[in-house]
Design a protein around this ligand. Sequence first.
Ligand code: NDP
Length: 336
Amino acid sequence: GKVLVTGANGYVAAWVVKALLEQGFAVRGTVRSDSKANHLRSLFKSYGDKLEFAIVNDIVKEGAFDEAVKGVDAIAHTASPFHTHAEDPSELIVPAVQGTVGILSSALKHGSSVQRIVVTSSCGSILEELPVPKTFTEADWNERALREVETKGAAASAADKYCASKALAERAAWKYWNDHKGEVGWDLVVVNPSYVYGPILHEVDKPEHLNESMRMFYDAAVAGTYDKDMLNWGSSWIDVRDLGLAHALAVKTPEAGGERIIVSQSVFKLQDFVNVAHRLYPQLPAGDTDFNPATAVYFQAYDTSKVRKLFGIKLHTIEEMVKDSLEDFKARGWIQ
Ligand code: NDP
């Protein structure tokens, strides 16, 4: 079968494309302009015409995906903005929500061959910033971020703006599915990753241009620009390679239909990454040398029984993720 992957040149999407190709699927990736496909074209040259591209320059435009959905068997919708420089929450919410509703409605009108749609949501639509630790499940929703953005608007935190965009997009996806399930030949799977880290496949010319999560990793472990507070910030994380595979399995596992699936490895503090990095590369910063993982409080954990039962993936460890990320940085000349 052929799978449409939106925002194919993104950090997560490049690994989704790779996993799908490795699982035997053909892939049509959407990118904003043809030149943004060149890197993936050369990376996956050996797959020949099993990889093709469609241009969708703005996912917000009405009917943006009308052409791209034609003839595909499944869709993985990953395109959505993830950054911290939005002034007004609508800068994130509009593309997140309209991109999601847009692809579902293009699939309704023009995707008669589509059997499954996988939407990349986020644990941001699940977790709440609470003063006490909690293990979240697929039953939880980030009502707090939604309230914050509704009451504070542009004054809400960057994290709340992003989380609200993901929660609203995911809600819109489930609503669209419920409203139209009688008219379509596809079902819906939502994948909710925690913070994503690990080596880079997509095109990045310099560290400043890394995607949001890997820029944080770089700033903490390599550049050493974070203070103690920031190094003691954390949540839960997943290796990008496991997340790529989880998307491919979400496309092909029948029992995943209708499920919201948390994909996460374990809790972390940025200093946990720094500790591994510094041990492997003593020239890298030591960070907060007072940090003690035994007494640190890890606030946002997840119940991952569903993903383990459905997909049974052996997840990369923190040691493997940090080592492979740093090897990637070294090969790029970003670590001396
Ligand atoms: P990237 O920034 O690397 O990728 C985002 C992709 O979306 C890019 O291809 C980008 O295109 C595209 N995109 C964004 N806005 C638009 C738009 N208006 N029109 C067309 N394309 C657009 O981010 P990630 O790979 O990290 O994120 C991918 C998905 O994973 C997102 O849905 C994100 O919310 C989710 N996620 C990520 C996590 C993480 O820690 N990284 C954690 C949990 C979820 P371009 O590059 O051309 O701008």
